[in-house]
Design a protein around this ligand. Structure first.
Ligand code: ZN
Length: 292
């Protein structure tokens, strides 16, 4: 099965990239400079560990990753006041700024610590430590309100988040500009991909995989000046056929909105929930407990 090949590939890649090192959970002590008999030998050997090198992580098995998949992940969309012409559905995915502030305050009051998306993926994949009651905040689609409304609230709390814009909308009115993406990135936020134009990834064929998976990551990397390796599925939807395409395109993890995680590919099917604006703090905290 492709899932087995993916696991083997990940394990082999991790071993090759970080040969000779190992790390246990939360163990981040400095690597000893060298145990070589002479400094000249260490200096001339390309195999000698650098004193600044991180110890090597060991990727978990799918079962281990699945067992760690208890970090709540929240998915927001537009952060703005309702308008008269907003549909009933739109009003479930629009979060007025005061509601976002109240929901984030509830997380703080409930003892939750928002963490970065890479920290969550590292925890899932390698078992690295997270603070008590971690939570991941994500924002899909690329609304300009992510920079103008969400970022100020996040900075008020000192909370990190991840943003997943579709690339088709960038630099268009009401959507994030390239400068705003760089602003989010520079503020410590994570930028991931969300397809080119929001096609369902359980329905793609042929050249669409490259168009919807490879090209958006390349576009975002070009804007940000560094690789982009996280994905959020448009509509939160995926199927088994999509997973090898996601892996081949270079994504290390992908976020969805279904109720179940794939047991063979838990990193590519990380669950999220969408807190509607009608949830008060107590309701939000209850869902964090019951849904993850
Ligand atoms: Zn979306």
């Amino acid at each position: 099965m492709t899932s087995v090949r993916r696991r083997d590939f990940l394990a082999a890649g991790g071993a090759l990239l970080l040969a000779g090192c190992s790390r246990s959970d939360g163990d981040r002590v400095a690597t000893p400079t060298t145990s070589a008999p002479s400094t000249s030998a260490a200096e001339t050997s390309s195999a000698a560990p650098s004193p600044t090198e991180e110890p090597a992580p060991t990727p978990g098995t799918p079962a281990e990753i699945l067992a760690r998949s208890t970090v709540p992940v929240l998915c927001f969309h537009q952060i703005r006041e309702f308008r008269a012409d907003d549909s009933a559905y739109a009003r479930t995915i629009i979060t007025p700024p005061a509601v976002l502030t109240a929901q984030l305050q509830a997380l703080r009051d409930g003892g939750y610590t928002p963490v970065t998306a890479p920290a969550v993926v590292d925890h899932l994949q390698f078992g690295t430590a997270l603070p008590d009651r971690p939570v991941l905040l994500t924002f899909d689609d690329g609304s300009v309100t992510h920079a103008t409304a969400a970022l100020p609230v996040l900075q008020q709390f000192g909370f990190p988040a991840a943003f997943f814009p579709m690339t088709v909308v960038l630099d268009k009115p009401d959507w994030l500009s390239s400068d705003q993406l760089r602003e989010l990135d520079a503020a410590g936020m994570t930028i991931g991909a969300h397809s080119w134009d929001h096609q369902r990834m359980d329905q793609l064929t042929g050249d669409q995989w490259t168009e919807q998976l490879d090209a958006p990551a390349a576009t975002l990397a070009g804007i940000l000046g560094h690789p982009v390796d996280l994905l959020a599925y448009p509509h939160g939807m995926w199927n088994q056929e999509a997973l090898p395409h996601v892996a081949t395109a270079g994504y290390r993890a992908a976020f969805q909105l279904a109720d179940t995680t794939d047991p063979a590919q838990p990193l590519l099917t990380i669950r999220r929930i969408m807190p509607p604006p009608t949830w008060d703090g107590a309701t939000l905290l209850a869902h964090l407990e019951s849904d993850f």
